[in-house]
Design a protein around this ligand. Structure first.
Ligand SMILES: Nc1ncnc2c1ncn2[C@@H]1O[C@H](COP(=O)(O)OP(=O)(O)OP(=O)(O)O)[C@@H](O)[C@H]1O
Ligand SMILES: [Mg+2]
Length: 458
């Protein structure tokens, strides 16, 4: 893949997000000889191109996951598809492998300033990770991918787009900026993928999505993927898909089974020391700590650092350079703890993450499923502990309702709950908080005027 970040030389840091098993082999891979095509195996049997197939074994993809087994044959056939599957079950490969296969099969050069396939992702870090994965899958094929996200030089992106690309991976905000500058033309784009598709209905994205969709040709193949919100996915499917196939592997909206979850009731002021206690029991193991606000997350990161933990923080108040450095040092295991806002809740794949701590409960219930899904990936185990202050009981119950499951209590005393009156919450329960980084998701239809947040816009 050609990108604004360069390929690492031997001995340098590997690309962020490249699937782990691929790293030893894909460093400097552009100059490495292409693998011989492989014409055996379950992915080949599902119609995946033999050159792509040759890359999968060394990346650890030998047997398809359920979502891959169910989705790939339909996508290879050219159908629109809505795919729902739990976190960490390989949705990236489920859409990338068959789409790349089709791009190779209908080989044509992209026109200048155009892309043949467009993948939209809600955050810069996720777009970067998807780009790295696509690049690894497409190694040794003629397919070239390019990532465009905010926080990086738009001029570099504009000049690379001049030649056109096969696969463009973008955050919606930066893509809109590029469309405004006539740097990219989507009128010949044949494939559209919305990863974390339900999030694209958020106020911060829906206008961008509508605008992008208007510039795409009607006859295209469209794929939607997420781990949550089947109803919202249906809404999107009815607007953007044509006769879609619906694939649901594992019960949608639920947490991945391999995550051992627990809730610990604790006063807000005691959360930091409790967190330190938990983390001290697992030295050397990677943990992500989710806070609600940028300010609170930064403060917590500083405190943990003072207490001797090796910490990095990622949130919307950090520069893109700081965000990238924080994430790569965490990916490489140089930092043990990543304190993050919901900017890191979706899609990020760091297989070594063993613990997720919800320092603050998310006030968008579905984000809980995504947050804890940063652990227990690709069949591994993981632990997720939620710290629930007395004022957060409303959020906790909303999360349990959304997951249709109770989170086991592993510490502290649950506060006495008043019975909610028939409509709305009880007086004792808090109203959902507004503002801050992770403000509740409002549907665009209700509040179309809010501007996307900078970190979401890409
Ligand atoms: N068939 C497979 N066999 C083994 N590992 C796989 C397979 N497919 C994907 N993986 C690995 O599983 C991990 C999770 O994949 P991926 O990030 O695509 O999950 P996801 O379903 O998109 O999760 P999320 O909902 O959190 O975005 C990655 O490390 C990937 O390399
Ligand atoms: Mg994903």
């Amino acid at each position: 893949m050609e990108n604004e970040y360069r390929r690492p030389r031997r001995g340098q840091k590997p690309r962020p997000g490249a699937p782990r098993a691929a790293r030893p082999t894909d460093v400097n891979a552009r100059r490495a000889p292409a693998r011989d095509p492989v014409t055996v195996g379950p992915f080949f049997d599902m119609g995946i191109d033999p050159r792509i197939n040759a890359n999968l074994g060394p990346m650890g993809l030998t047997e398809p996951t359920p979502i891959q087994a169910q989705a790939i044959p339909h996508i290879v056939e050219g159908k629109d598809l809505m795919g729902l599957a739990q976190t960490g079950t390989g949705k990236t490969a489920a859409f990338s492998l068959p789409m790349l296969t089709r791009l190779i099969a209908h080989g044509r050069k992209p026109d200048p300033k155009s892309c043949r396939a467009l993948i939209l992702a809600p955050t810069r870090e996720l777009a970067t990770q998807i780009a790295a994965a696509v690049e690894s899958f497409a190694e040794g094929t003629p397919i070239r991918a390019f990532r465009v996200v905010g926080g990086a030089s738009i001029n570099t992106q504009i000049s690379r787009l001049e030649r056109g690309v096969d696969v463009l991976i973008a955050t919606p905000g930066r893509l809109i900026d590029l469309l405004d500058r006539h740097a990219v033309d989507l009128s010949k784009t044949e494939y559209l993928v919305l990863d974390e598709a339900d999030q694209m209905l958020d106020i911060g994205f829906i206008h961008a999505l509508r605008r992008i969709a208007r510039t795409l040709p009607r006859s295209r193949q469209t794929l939607l993927f997420s781990a949550t919100m089947p109803k919202l996915m249906e809404e999107l499917a009815s607007t953007y898909l044509t006769n879609p196939v619906r694939v649901q592997a594992n019960p949608p909206g639920r947490a991945a089974e391999k995550i051992a979850q627990g809730v610990h009731f604790v006063n807000q002021g005691d959360k930091a020391s409790l967190l330190a206690e938990y983390m001290s029991k697992h030295p050397g193991e990677l943990a992500i700590v989710f806070g609600r606000t940028k300010y609170g997350s930064e403060k917590l990161a500083k405190l943990l650092e003072k207490w001797g933990f090796s910490v990095a923080a990622i949130h919307g108040n950090k520069s893109q350079g700081q965000r990238e450095r924080a994430l790569s040092s965490f990916r490489e295991g140089k930092t043990q703890v990543l304190v993050a806002t919901d900017v890191a809740a979706r899609g990020l794949d760091i297989p070594e993450v063993a613990h997720v701590y919800n320092f603050d409960l998310p006030n968008v219930a579905e984000n809980y499923v995504h947050r804890i899904g940063r652990t227990a990936r690709a069949g591994r185990d993981g632990r997720a502990v939620a710290f629930c202050a007395p004022g957060e009981i409303g959020e906790l119950r909303d999360i349990e309702k959304a997951m249709k499951a109770q989170i086991p209590v592993i510490g502290g005393e649950p506060p006495v709950e008043r019975k909610a009156p028939p409509q709305g919450r009880g007086r004792g329960a808090p109203k959902p908080r507004q503002g801050g980084e992770a403000a509740p998701q409002k549907r665009a239809a209700r509040r179309p005027s809010r501007r996307p947040k900078a970190e979401q816009r890409g």
